[in-house]
Ligand binder design. Structure first.
Ligand SMILES: Cc1ncc(C[n+]2csc(CCOP(=O)(O)OP(=O)(O)O)c2C)c(N)n1
Ligand code: SF4
Length: 245
């Protein structure tokens, strides 16, 4: 009998602490399925961020390391350079990667470190109560932009994938979304590719995953997925921004 769906070995049986409808859980599952399918679980080291995914080390059933806020690419760099035979990935939110950790991701990408990054962009600081992030959309209301983000004051939503794609170090940069099943399947393929280019020694890889935060967006889970599709895709177009053969 062919098994078509099973609980991933690369996830522990610990219950997620994420809010109902939060897409962090879906993205965790995709990463775990990819690790399983590549058969690298025992050779994988993940680096967890600060943010809602701070407890990712409890959920991924591989070796995990916690980094301080934004520093995951620097920590992953050290791990990979010492353990060149391991598959090293970071899992980071937009507050972590695109705000306090912008320098770390840009320089790791520019150096072409052989690491893979899963970048979860939910356009807000989730863990700390819904403050504006660099990725927050223009006019989007957050707890620190109650009248809506004013790009004249706070700047424009930052497009990390486009930024990283112009550097020489990355081998694969893509943006995907998890707002419906079709896009979830595409997201998994991109995450798989990001791990594959590392296994093939091609260079740095990042997959930006557009994600929802129903709690801090003040929406139901279903409304949040609709809002993502209707508002985030225009600002953050999906696609492959760089792929080296
Ligand atoms: C050095 C430091 N500065 C600030 C914080 C507070 N802080 C914790 S999580 C976070 C932002 C998290 O947002 P994001 O990375 O987008 O992840 P999410 O919670 O949305 O998944 C901030 C600012 C901290 N823990 N450490
Ligand atoms: S606060 Fe937002 S990002 Fe964090 S677990 Fe809840 S829904 Fe997810």
């Amino acid at each position: 009998m062919k098994i078509v769906a099973a609980y991933p070995e690369s996830l522990t049986d610990k219950e997620f602490h994420y809010c109902p409808g939060c897409t962090h859980g879906i993205i965790h599952r995709l990463v775990a399925e990819v690790i399983d399918e590549l058969g690298v679980r025992k050779d994988t080291i993940g680096v967890a961020p600060v943010g809602c995914a701070v407890l990712a080390y409890d959920y991924f059933n591989c070796d995990m390391h916690e980094a301080s806020h934004g520093r995951a690419p620097a920590v992953a760099t050290g791990i990979k350079r010492v353990h060149q035979d391991k598959v090293v990935f970071t899992y980071q939110g937009d507050g972590d990667l695109a705000s306090i950790g912008t320098a770390e991701i840009v320089h790791a990408a520019n150096r072409g470190e052989l690491i893979s990054t899963v970048f979860v962009n939910n356009a807000i600081y989730g863990m700390t109560g819904g403050q504006m992030a660099p990725t927050t959309l223009d006019k989007q209301k957050t707890t620190t932009s109650p009248y809506g983000r004013d790009k004249g004051l706070a700047g424009n939503p930052i497009k990390i994938s486009e930024m990283l794609a112009v550097l020489d170090g990355p081998a694969y940069i893509a943006r995907v979304s998890v707002h419906d099943p079709k896009h979830i399947r595409q997201a998994k393929k991109a995450i798989q590719k990001a791990f594959q280019v590392q296994l093939e020694g091609k260079g740095f890889a990042t997959v930006e995953v557009l994600s929802s935060c129903p709690t801090n967006w003040g929406m139901s889970p279903v409304q949040a997925l609709k809002w993502l599709a209707e508002n985030m895709l225009d600002v953050y177009p999906l696609g492959v921004f760089k792929e080296v053969d």
